[in-house]
Design a protein around this ligand. Structure first.
Ligand code: ADP
Ligand code: MG
Length: 456
């Protein structure tokens, strides 16, 4: 790590030190360290996954403020689990039990085995994928790739927002290739795992080994490649792995929640490589496809949905198939609990909490209200501009989405130009504070909230 980075971090720590208790400082902040630094971004290594959650919940504002002060501008923070450096540190069990609610164990193993058994979900096969106009192209490309890897579309880049079947298709390719030839060495990883393993390798001084292992794959499948955003060093490593495999005509399959050029800070040379093969978009499914998926999900679980129930679901759950599936599971569970057939009545009862909260507020409703109120363009909301006239409405949009929709942090971030969940959390907190302090902001937010919930 360059000395300068270490200095920046030390300076930030000294600011934080005066703002939290000694115990909090030792438990949470001393155990982080800078891993990758960009012009206005910082990746922090943390010893275990639960750190991220805890820090985001309790210390994000403090951390963000201190970093902004040190950098002199808004810094985008992200975290990676990065155990090895901390292996020697004895974990402060007392402090940890003091901060209750922590249940996860800090990971102790550090071996970097990138070919650990493929974690495939048995249900994510082509046979269980419902094809409709919204995903036909992506599905056809995935089938083609699985039939002759490395020879049709290379790389295959599947793009679509959260819950639309990207992981399902990627795994279906792996299943199909495996079925045809079990000896094919498939390296399939969520991008986050790739990043973590690379960083662990850097710290153990085993990057050569990591590189060789990656390059010995017959097929490379990386899910959620947008996670490479703001990780310049890992991008570099990925670029070389990509080239080596591509030149050896090995199949590469990637998924992302945005287009290659929309991944923040992704270098142009990487963007252009991602576009060499086929970029296939998955759109939100149309009404008929949603109904068909609902029926299929019930059928997979040994139950049949009456037609009107499938249509009812398709009408009410529009954007996320994971949510649609969750609703089907709820209905089946509820019907068997009260020992009744699945009907409109049981479906409505089962979903009372999910669907009956008055009018459901969708991400699109929030966006439209904000665009209209602040008189800005749709592209402003997605842009990376930090000018106050667009950055503020964008944060308001995130705040309102958190308050009124059922969307997850990831979904909100992805809807607003592929931002990550920490950005959304930060916006939520910032606007909450403004709401308390600034009467004008309070007035605006109240008006917008009213409009969203009452259509007024
Ligand atoms: P993503 O990776 O794009 O966020 P997933 O692949 O995890 O989404 O899909 C979310 C859920 O929706 C999974 O359970 C998946 O099986 C299901 N799903 C998505 N699209 C389809 C489809 N076309 N047919 C059947 N199930 C689907
Ligand atoms: Mg996925």
């Amino acid at each position: 790590m360059p000395q300068q980075t270490q200095q920046v971090w030390e300076e930030t720590l000294s600011k934080i030190q005066g703002r939290v208790s000694g115990r909090q400082f030792e438990t949470w902040f001393r155990r982080m360290h800078p891993v990758d630094i960009g012009a206005d971004s910082l990746v922090l290594g943390i010893p275990a996954a639960f750190y991220r959650e805890w820090i985001e919940k309790h210390y994000l504002t403090i951390l963000q403020q201190a970093l902004n002060e040190t950098f002199g501008r808004d810094v985008k923070i992200s975290f990676v689990v990065d155990a090895p450096q901390h292996k020697q540190l004895s974990f402060d069990w007392q402090a940890r039990s003091h901060e209750s609610a922590l249940q996860q164990e800090a990971p102790l193993t550090t071996e970097i085995d990138i070919f650990e058994p493929l974690q495939l979900n048995d249900k994510y096969v082509f046979e269980d994928f419902v094809v409709g106009p919204s995903n036909r192209l992506a599905h056809a490309a995935a089938v083609a790739v699985s039939e002759s890897p490395g020879r049709t579309y290379n790389p295959l880049f599947i793009q679509g927002s959260v819950g639309l079947g990207k992981t399902h298709l990627l795994q279906a390719i792996c299943h199909a290739v495996r079925r045809r030839d079990p000896s094919v060495r498939i390296l399939m990883l969520p991008c986050e795992a790739f990043v973590n393993k690379f960083i662990a390798a850097v710290q153990q001084g085993s990057t050569m080994d990591f590189r060789n292992r990656c390059r010995s794959a017959d097929m490379l499948v990386i899910d959620d490649i947008h996670f490479l955003a703001n990780k310049e060093r890992t991008q570099e490593e990925f670029f070389h792995t990509f080239n080596a495999l591509y030149n050896a005509q090995k199949q590469i399959v990637l998924s992302s929640d945005c287009a290659p050029h929309e991944i923040p800070t992704l270098e142009e040379r990487v963007v252009s490589r991602f576009k060499w093969g086929m970029v296939a978009n998955i759109e939100p499914p149309c009404f008929e496809t949603r109904a068909a998926i609902a029926r299929k999900k019930a059928h997979e679980r040994g139950r049949e949905l009456p037609n009107e129930v499938a249509l009812y679901l398709a009408e009410n759950i529009e954007t996320n198939i994971r949510e649609l599936e969750g609703a089907v599971v709820k209905i089946i569970g509820y019907a068997s609990l009260i020992n009744k057939e699945i009907s409109m009545e049981t479906a409505k009862e089962a979903l009372r909490d999910v669907l009956q909260r008055g009018r459901r507020v969708r991400m699109e409703d929030v966006r439209n209200a904000v665009l209209e109120y602040y008189k800005i363009k749709p592209s402003d909301l997605k842009s990376r501009s930090r000018s106050k006239s667009v950055a503020f409405p964008r944060q308001v949009c995130m705040y309102l989405a958190r308050k009124h929709t059922n969307c997850s942090l990831e979904e909100i971030g992805s809807f607003l130009g592929g931002r990550d969940h920490t950005t959304v959390l930060y916006a939520e907190e910032k606007i909450s504070q403004e709401y308390q302090k600034n009467p004008q902001v309070k007035h605006d937010i109240n008006l917008l909230s009213k409009k969203l919930t009452q259509g007024a």
